[in-house]
Every structure is written in C-alpha cells, then in structure tokens.
Design a protein around this ligand. Structure first.
Ligand code: GDP
Ligand code: MG
Length: 140
C-alpha cells in the first residue's frame, strides 16, 4: 500500500529569492497537508549524509556545497499517494525538462539549483523525514 507521507525541502536558491511562500501555497493547493515544517541550514557534512546515495556521482561535492550554501525549509507532507503525486507536482530534475505548471518549471534556475526536493520512495520519505524531525516535531 502506498504511504501517505513524503518529505520535501525548499532549496537555498528558492528560499533566498523569497519563493517559499508561493511554493508552500502550491503544495497546499495541490492537496498536501503540512505535518512538520522548519527553516534550517545544513552544513556540508550534513548535506553529504543526506545525499550519501549520490556520493559516487560527479556532482556530489557541488551538490553538498550548494545545499549548505544558505537556509532551507524542510517539511513532511501528507496526501494519498504522497510520493508519486509530489514528484508530479515538482516536475523533472532538470527544469528544462519539467512540465508546464510544475514547481521546478516555475522556480528552478538550473539542474542543480532546482528549487525543491521530493523523496523518491516511501522508504526514503521515512528516512529523510526522520533525518530532520523527531516524533514530537511532527503531527501524529
Ligand atoms: P531529484 O530526485 O529529482 O532531486 O534528482 P536526483 O536524486 O537525481 O539528484 C539530486 C539532486 O542533485 C538534484 O535535485 C539536483 O539538485 C542535483 N543534481 C542532479 N543531477 C545533477 C547534475 O547533473 N548536475 C548537478 N550539478 N546537479 C545535479
Ligand atoms: Mg532524488
């Protein structure tokens, strides 16, 4: 059965340009409920842990530096089929390939500075949400 929660980050580029409110509005209007949220800033070391799955990829160091370059918003979202539906709402990794009306099409600047993160599986959604939030920091 598909899980009903996913994890997202509003990345440093979108946060710095003041798009957080507009992005959260799109998320809520698409039917997601925010069940945990915080503003924070990763260190490069913490970004490295979060993205450890990508450590062999050529962009890994750049990604860790970028993701620790400024404040972000981390959030857990709830909706039926949350992971799949949220990936559809954010659009393709590269904004050049992202569908019209998606968050990345509207707000991403590049394949790296692509405005938002969305978990790619139910298992990773739980791991990623727990990376940022304790049990008391999220709606039961
Ligand atoms: P996502 O699941 O759509 O976020 O994409 P991935 O899991 O494949 O990559 C994680 C993140 O790494 C992306 O969201 C981008 O911020 C960054 N990234 C992915 N591919 C590239 C790339 O080819 N070059 C650079 N510089 N960054 C990339
Ligand atoms: Mg991914």
């Amino acid at each position: 059965m598909a899980s009903n929660r996913t994890f997202t980050m509003i990345k440093p580029d979108a946060f710095a340009e003041g798009h957080s409110g507009a992005i959260l509005k799109m998320i809520e209007e698409a039917g997601f409920k925010i069940v945990a949220i915080k503003a924070t800033q990763l260190t490069a070391e913490l970004a490295g842990k979060f993205y450890a799955v990508h450590k062999e990829r050529p962009f890994y160091n750049d990604l860790c530096n970028y993701m620790s370059s400024g404040p972000i918003i981390a959030a857990i979202l709830e909706k039926d089929n949350a992971v799949t539906d949220f990936r559809a709402l954010i659009g393709a990794t590269n904004p050049a390939d992202a569908a019209e009306g998606t968050i990345r099409k509207l707000y991403a600047k590049s394949i790296e500075a692509n405005a938002v993160h969305g978990s790619d599986s139910d298992e990773n959604a739980e791991i990623e949400g727990s990376f940022f939030f304790s049990q008391i920091e999220r709606v039961k």
